[in-house]
Design a protein. Structure first.
Length: 383
């Protein structure tokens, strides 16, 4: 649960239900669900919808900001699979938002974050995805520049069925990781192939031919197994500090800026991820939803993370310095779910770019007094 200073926290955890319609391939989800609840309901029907990378993430927060994850390249963002939403507005009115009812609100909900109301129910399209072929491949940090250059070129030409996000990380000191890698700083790609399983090995031939990884945990597994693979690594209660950017091009110069910060990862939980947002996600028009950066290649996030509040300065300093070094190579805005509250109004405007003024007009209509403002705020015009 997230909390805020000088604000109201509404606990939706009791609105916890899922209803799958296998005939129409949709799932309706209560606003208090986490993605693990959705996976539990849909997987028995051999179906799935895009849902981030950690199953304890809340459905509402991830979806309203966009929804990037393992299935992005094949199925698009979570918002691209949202069919309908039930919303409680600032004035207490209960409305439905979809393509036919309150379509302006429906447009704004798909990427506009928590600016327009409290969503009590979501309905998503489902896809016939059951088993996937995926998991992490890790490489020596000394090979990071070569791995990033190869990954940059490979993923851009990969089939839609194949997703893989790049990461710098410290190997956790626990099974299933081998002891000789425990607490070692490494780089890697977490793969998710959601195509025909009899084509998986062939798809991975050029990946394994590039360079032998120090660890290869990629293989067939149920989709929810990959979705929950990192849950234990990021339990509730950790201290987090974020910085993020959209990235169009990962140049050699940008890669050179990344490497020193990978070598200086400040804590075991701290990391940098680059999530591909091309393929299916890029084929939605930049004005079709509030999410504007449909032509970007990656959503990049730098996170300083640690369980101990005493390490706050360490993780904040590393995150800010890393961001300052690589931001000049970015596309300008950032995935709204990765923005911190201290980044300012201009950063929010850059994130929505050409869609910002339309969002303001919808805010004027549905929340003119800016009741929903403890967020990446889209201010109504009179505020």
């Amino acid at each position: 649960m997230g909390i805020c200073d000088v604000g109201l926290v509404i606990d939706l955890s009791s609105i916890k239900y899922t209803r799958v319609d296998p005939a129409s391939r949709t799932v309706t989800v209560g606003g208090g669900c986490v993605w693990g609840d959705v996976d539990h309901a849909t997987h028995v029907f051999g179906l799935a919808t895009p849902s981030g990378i950690i199953s304890t993430t809340g459905v509402g927060g991830l979806t309203l900001g966009g929804g990037v994850g393992h299935l992005t390249r094949k199925c698009g963002l979570s918002i691209d699979n949202l069919v309908s939403a039930d919303v409680v507005l600032a004035n207490g009115k209960f409305v439905k938002a979809n393509a036919d009812e309150n379509p302006d609100l429906f447009w704004a909900l798909r990427g506009g974050g928590g600016n327009f109301g409290v969503v009590t129910s979501f309905t998503f399209k489902l896809h016939p995805i059951d088993m996937i072929y995926g998991g992490p491949m890790l490489y020596e940090l000394s090979d990071a520049a070569d791995v990033m250059k190869w990954y940059r070129d490979f993923i851009s030409g990969a089939p839609d069925d194949l997703n893989g996000f790049f990461a710098f990380l410290t190997v956790p000191p626990a099974p299933p990781f081998p002891e000789h890698l425990h607490m070692k700083k490494m780089c890697g790609v977490v793969w998710a192939y959601a195509g025909a399983q009899d084509k998986a090995e062939k798809t991975f031939e050029p990946i394994r031919a590039f360079k032998k990884p120090a660890l290869d945990f990629v293989g067939p597994l149920p989709q929810p197994a990959l979705q929950s693979m990192f849950d234990a690594l990021y339990p509730p209660g950790l201290q987090w500090y974020w910085r993020a950017d959209f990235v169009n091009e990962l140049s050699d110069d940008a890669i050179a800026q990344h490497i020193p910060f990978a070598e200086a990862l400040p804590t075991m939980h701290s990391t940098m991820h680059m999530y591909p947002i091309d393929a299916a996600a890029s084929r939605v028009g930049k004005n079709d939803t509030a999410w504007n950066y449909r032509d970007a290649k990656w959503a990049q996030v730098i996170v300083g993370v640690d369980p101990d509040p005493a390490n706050k300065d360490k993780i904040v300093s590393w995150t800010k310095s890393y961001y300052d070094a690589v931001h000049p190579y970015s596309a300008g805005g950032a995935y709204v779910n990765f923005l911190m509250g201290d980044e300012g109004e201009e950063r929010v405007k850059k994130t929505y770019a050409g869609n910002y003024e339309r969002l303001v007009s919808i805010k004027d209509k549905y929340d003119p007094d800016n009741f929903f403002r403890v967020n990446q705020n889209i201010k109504p015009s009179k505020k």
